[in-house]
Design a protein around this ligand. Structure first.
Ligand code: FES
Length: 272
């Protein structure tokens, strides 16, 4: 059992938890994830490691309440425990030897984008971060991003930061002469798709973090498969980071919708 030592509500649909998991904290690196299970008969869900403290032996997760499991997880409080918590899984994000990287985050994807921005900053890279949210009440990690990057806050409705899309700012920065040796995009599939379409025009290497449905997390079940170039890849063992210019986003978007109705039903069931 894995003790929850801290719980913080970041916005109405996003929660942060610090979990005692010393063996995972010892090895965790930016970009890796854990798979957890809240109940014996429950599903396993992957969550990216948002932060880790090797001395305290803790892992921080940030999750959006989208389905039954995240609803059940959100019902747990400080002092409660999580049944299974396995990791670190996946390959770490490559943050070494970069000069200037633009990290683009969308919504709760910023929970993954932030440790990457922080890791790059600690490695001595210049970091530009662009974070997009639907509205002011959904903003997370603004101060944290400001500490490690040249930060641009965007909202769909203009209630905070600049009104628009992350790609508007990215295009402006590129056209103003910013020389990014890499763009890292983490967020909704549709956002990552449009970032990749833009950076392809300018021939800028772009990595994306894919977070499809996962079951075993070991490359055996095929649940997390993606088309990347001519190959089929498994996000759990080959990723979660992939060359965004090769990812088949249309297929990934279609697969991601498979369980959307079921998730909504299960979340409702848990509410009643
Ligand atoms: Fe089963 Fe990746 S989760 S192959």
């Amino acid at each position: 059992m894995y003790l929850i030592t801290k719980k913080e509500v970041l916005n109405p649909t996003v929660t942060k938890m610090v979990v005692q998991a010393p063996f995972i904290a010892k090895k965790a690196q930016p970009g890796q994830f854990i798979i957890l299970r809240v109940q014996e008969q429950g599903e396993r869900i992957p969550l990216t490691i948002a932060d880790y403290d090797r001395e305290e032996g803790t892992i921080t997760i940030i999750f959006q309440i989208v389905g039954r499991t995240t609803k059940l997880l959100n019902m747990l409080n400080e002092g409660d425990s999580i049944l299974d918590f396995v990791g670190p899984l996946g390959k770490p994000t490559d943050i070494k030897n970069k000069k200037h990287v633009c990290v683009v985050g969308g919504g709760v994807g910023c929970a993954i984008a932030y440790p990457v921005a922080k890791g790059l900053h600690e490695q001595g890279a210049k970091v530009t971060a662009i974070a997009g949210f639907r509205s002011q009440d959904l903003v997370i990690l603004e101060k944290e991003f400001q500490q490690v990057s040249d930060f641009h806050l965007i909202s769909d409705d203009g209630s905070t930061g600049r009104k628009g899309l992350v790609t508007d700012v990215l295009k402006e920065l590129i056209e103003a002469g910013e020389k990014f040796d890499e763009v890292i995009a983490i967020g909704p599939l549709i956002m990552m798709k449009f970032v990749c379409m833009l950076t392809k025009e300018y021939n800028i290497k772009t990595m994306v973090s894919m977070n499809p449905i996962m079951i075993d997390g070991t490359g055996m079940c095929g649940g997390c498969r993606l088309k990347v170039g001519d190959e089929t890849k498994f996000a759990c063992v080959d990723g979660p980071d992939f060359d965004g210019h090769l990812v088949d986003f249309d297929e990934a978007i279609s697969r991601s919708r498979t369980y959307a109705d079921f998730e909504a039903q299960e979340r409702e069931r848990e509410c009643h």
